[in-house]
Design a protein around this ligand. Structure first.
Ligand code: BGC
Length: 348
């Protein structure tokens, strides 16, 4: 079968390979891979050297945002042939630290977790893959291949779940949400905010193109420009750009008792001048919380699958702006200005 493979940090080594059928040790579910989604992490692996090949291998099968159809499932696994599924990205660390032992591998304390398509495990970018039933999540069949949005949605489902838990510290009533960045993560974070009945504002650099329209279709408000120009003091911020300078700016413009969740993984090394004392004073006097959030556990994938099943399908379909066949998958890494989510068709 064919697979998208890379050597981390060597873009000229990114290619399609003939690889062996998936090893039974990968899991008891055999799945026809239909689509994989492309994200910034895949670019960083192929071009900038993030990512680790599995021990004893010299190449990594790329991609962690999956969607496939079950071909074979053992009796009693909870799955049957034909089910639509997504594979979970992370696996617990071998030491089974306390969070990993409690199935919260997204909070792994040792850092020795592994990740499909990222860290020491082959990804889902092959025409067939295997997965442990415990690390597969069944999708609403009506979602079809839009189920490929489940992994990015799991990341923001976790962010929202953490915001809720932190919010339980006091009888506050958050109503205004600011999402920074109108890429796939930002748009999916906005979707969940709207589903919760919040007033959602999305801030992005782009003044036109499809992003403002996608935000308006959701019933949220679109802004382009700087945070300081917004006439609002959000109760909740879901930061989805990873631009450090914007993060610092956002923290100075939140409301009282605000909760800011950072989800963007910065690629740059920007520095800014910071009014550190003023920022500290504002965070303290406002009871502000700022926290980072990465990855997702099974519970978050289930929340994501529910959020997607409840979403308007036509809106979701507009998030997938480009589909590239497996044989040309490296083209999917080239960033085009109006791209939202680019996917690779593993069967084309
Ligand atoms: C993935 C996460 C992963 C992180 C760091 C992100 O792109 O969505 O699942 O934990 O990269 O490797």
């Amino acid at each position: 079968m064919r697979a998208a493979t890379v050597v981390p940090g060597q873009p000229d080594q990114a290619r399609v390979d003939d690889v062996a059928d998936p090893a039974e040790s990968d899991g008891a579910l055999l799945v026809d891979g239909l689509l994989v989604g492309v994200c910034g992490t895949d670019y960083e692996i192929a071009h900038e050297g993030y990512g680790w090949v599995p021990e004893g291998h010299d190449r990594l099968v790329l991609f962690h945002e999956s969607m496939g159809r079950v071909v074979q499932a053992p009796a009693g696994s909870g799955f049957t042939a034909g089910d639509s599924v997504v594979g979970i990205v992370r696996r617990p660390c071998p030491q089974r630290c306390r969070p990993c032992a409690h199935r919260e591998w997204d909070f792994c304390a040792t850092g020795d977790y592994t990740e499909r398509g990222i860290k020491q495990r082959d990804g889902y970018g092959s025409q067939r893959w295997r997965v442990e039933p415990d690390f597969a999540v069944k999708l609403d069949p009506a979602l079809g291949t839009l189920g490929v949005l489940t992994e990015p949605t799991s990341v923001v489902a976790k962010a929202w779940d953490q915001v809720d838990r932190i919010g339980q510290r006091a009888y506050t009533e958050p109503s205004t949400v600011l999402v920074t960045g109108a890429g796939p993560i930002g748009l999916l974070a906005a979707l969940i905010g709207v589903q919760r009945g919040m007033q959602v504002h999305v801030l992005d650099r782009m003044a036109d193109g499809r992003k403002p329209d996608l935000v308006r279709q959701l019933g949220a408000t679109y802004h382009s420009g700087s945070v300081g120009d917004l006439a609002l003091r959000p109760d909740i911020v879901i930061e989805c750009t990873g631009f450090g300078a914007l993060v610092v700016d956002v923290l100075q413009h939140t409301g009282r008792n605000a909760i800011t969740c950072l989800t963007g993984i910065s690629g740059g090394s920007a520095t800014v001048q910071l009014g550190a004392d003023a920022l500290n004073k504002e965070l303290v006097l406002d009871n502000d919380v700022v926290f980072g959030s990465v990855n997702a556990n099974r519970h978050h994938y289930e929340l994501a699958a529910t959020a997607l099943a409840a979403a308007d399908r036509d809106w979701l379909a507009q998030l997938v702006t480009r589909t590239v066949p497996l044989e040309q998958w490296t083209e999917a890494l080239a960033k085009k200005p109006d791209d939202v989510k680019v996917v690779v068709d593993l069967q084309a």
